[in-house]
Design a protein around this ligand. Structure first.
Ligand code: G6P
Length: 612
């Protein structure tokens, strides 16, 4: 979603801001803008469309200044157009502001300001905030910092904001409530951004703002305080991210790079957790809370999107290996459903970004009910790990493609390790099986490497079906969530309508859609449902459907029935989800590329959904 980048220092800000905005493009956006401040003069440029279009628009215009900020907007209030794009300037031009999040009481504030004679240009909630700050500044005759603190205390909602004041040109003010902000500390310069990607090439010393923190950033000074004006001591952290991790490194798209990274990212997920002699798994982040987890009467997994699909695989894992009842909830439904929670419930929030608004809200609700809340997150230092009692990082590395790939396999890897640990500790998983599963898990990366060598096959298949309008995905057991994920991947990036179903449910509806034009992707690996899924394939063939089957290597039975087979190496049933999703990721990727779609930044989608 919206992205923020700001700079104050000795270098010209404009090229740094444009570069930073390009780093933030992956979040998803529909307009972009920059503001620069030189002495008491401001330059503001904003445009609907891509950052490259903004650059073209700015060309030939003044771009001076060593203080500035840039924004990519993902429209919420008001359509994507030049006027609604950020930065927003206050009516009398004293303040410029960029904002991520939503000001919920904006209409009340707008009405109040209108009555005082303030007029507005845009339909945004953001313009209300910048005008409120200016109103306080002019009428209260206070400095910029005081005006900002006062105004932010009147605002209800979520925000990450960066503010410039024309009359105080040597400072940036940044504040956070809900929407993340991170400050990068360079030598005689500071950066501020909505995530670390625009910062990492300049410095790895950062401060993550907490909720209700305000930072007054000057060239040689950083003051951190609360919204109540209490001075805080900044906690400086060192980022371990490397610049190569956020570049394409020769791949045509981030998504392809991330699909191919999975053998390594999965190894990174279990590195340091699985003992070298494969005798045990140690999840350091859960040690302190393990007694409570072991007593859990129920586990509730909350998540959105792809992370929710990983949660569904988790349900099968926890129930089978640790015999703990599991419910998997869309965070958005859970938070408004008045769920019945018991203090013996353990909640697991799964999120790649660690910033998804609905998942964060579900966490607060669970905490209010006294539940132990765990996080499985990818982005280190993001909000979810900080809001949960304990957790496990997936360590998949930065995921830039909007469609999640390596985060999913890393999440399932963490869930597998958790289920195994709980199983052995509860005595529901025999030692021999535990050791066998550990070994099998460590073999998964090389099995993925083998699948990746078949990339050309997936591309050929994509060529055949790139023009169809519908796809159906079917799976059973551990591969039912993979069917959902395969369908989601396809629709996200190729805009082809696709549905995922548990294979046996096909006859309760989707079978009506099957004809000679309907490709049905069936995940049919050799596991306990194999015979049943073979029957489902027969049912599809009987109706002239096209069967694309994901099968275990060497399966001749399904090969003789299906139109196409995509082979994956043999694996333990509980680990098949990690393997079978790979061909589906690559099939979607190639179809989308062949259809000319913007694979890394699909239309309307955002990487990190920070509004509900
Ligand atoms: C967005 C992204 C998806 C992601 C979902 C949940 O919709 O486009 O790829 O699965 O949010 O995000 P999270 O960061 O919480 O996993």
């Amino acid at each position: 979603m919206c992205g923020i980048v700001g700079y104050i220092g000795y270098r010209q800000a404009y090229p740094l801001l444009i570069n930073g905005l390009k780093r933030l493009e992956y979040r998803g956006y529909d307009s972009a803008g920059v503001a620069l401040l030189l002495n008491n003069e401001t330059f503001v440029y904003k445009r609907k469309g891509k950052v490259s279009e903004l650059e073209e628009f700015v060309e030939g215009n003044p771009t001076f200044g060593t203080v500035g900020m840039g924004h990519t907007r993902w429209a919420t209030h008001g359509e994507p157009n030049d006027t609604n794009a950020h930065p927003h300037i206050s009516e009398k031009g004293h303040f410029i502001l960029i904002h991520n999040g939503i000001i919920e009481n904006y209409s009340l504030l707008k009405e109040m300001l209108r009555r005082k004679g303030v007029s507005f240009q845009s339909e945004t909630d953001t313009e209300v905030l910048v005008n409120l700050i200016e109103y306080v500044y002019l009428n209260g005759k206070v400095d910029a910092e005081t005006a900002v603190l006062y105004a932010l205390n009147k605002v209800v909602g979520a925000y990450g904001v960066v503010i410039l004041c024309r009359n105080e040109p040597n400072q940036l003010i940044a504040a956070r409530k809900g929407s993340p902000l991170v400050i990068g500390i360079g030598k005689q310069e500071y950066f501020v951004a909505s995530d670390a990607t625009p910062i990492i090439e300049h410095t790895n010393s950062v401060i993550y703002l907490n909720n209700d923190n305000v930072a007054i950033i000057r060239k040689n000074e950083l003051i951190l305080k609360t919204l109540e004006n209490q001075i805080l001591i900044p906690q400086i952290q060192t980022l371990s991210m490397e610049i190569e991790e956020i570049e394409k490194n020769g791949y045509e798209h981030f998504m392809l790079k991330e699909i191919f990274e999975q053998p390594r990212s999965i190894r990174d997920t279990f590195r340091g957790r699985i003992a070298v002699n494969l005798s045990d798994i140690r999840l350091g982040g859960l040690l302190d809370v393990m007694p409570k987890i072991l007593q859990a009467k129920r586990i509730i997994i909350v998540a959105c999107g792809t992370s929710w699909h990983a949660g569904l695989v988790g349900e099968y894992l926890f129930e089978e290996l640790a015999r703990i009842p599991v419910e998997v909830e869309y965070a958005s439904e859970f938070r408004y459903r008045n769920p019945i929670l018991d203090k013996n419930d353990v909640i697991i929030a799964i999120s790649q970004s660690g910033e998804t608004a609905d998942t964060l809200a579900a966490i607060s609700l669970a905490k209010e009910s006294g539940c132990l809340v765990l996080g499985i997150c990818n982005v280190v230092g993001s909000s979810i790990p900080r809001e949960t009692h304990a957790g496990v990082y997936t360590h998949a590395g930065p995921e830039i493609g909007v469609a999640s790939t390596k985060a999913f396999t890393a999440q399932v890897t963490v869930l597998s390790m958790m289920a195994m640990v709980l199983g052995i500790k509860k005595g529901t998983l025999a030692k021999e099986k535990y050791l066998h599963l550990i070994k099998e898990l460590t073999l998964i990366p090389e099995k993925i490497e083998k699948i990746l060598t078949l990339n050309a096959e997936f591309k050929n298949l994509a060529e055949k079906y790139k023009n169809v309008s519908n796809f159906l995905y079917l799976g059973r057991g551990y591969c039912f969530p993979v069917a959902l994920e395969g369908a989601l991947k396809l629709k996200e990036i190729s805009y082809i309508h696709a549905e995922g179903y548990p294979a046996a449910e096909m006859k309760h509806g989707p079978i009506a859609l099957i004809d000679k034009n309907m490709p049905v992707v069936v995940i049919a690996t050799k596991d306990k449902s194999y015979d049943k899924i073979v029957n489902n394939i027969q049912e599809i063939k009987a109706r002239n459907g096209i069967v694309i089957a994901v099968v275990t290597e060497g399966d001749t039975t399904i090969r003789s029935m299906a139109n196409y087979v995509l082979e994956v190496p043999d694996a333990e049933e509980v680990l098949y989800a990690i393997l079978t999703v790979i061909p589906l990721q690559l099939l979607s990727y190639h179809i989308a590329v062949l259809r000319g779609c913007n694979v890394d930044q699909p239309r309307n989608l955002a990487k990190s959904v920070t509004v509900e």
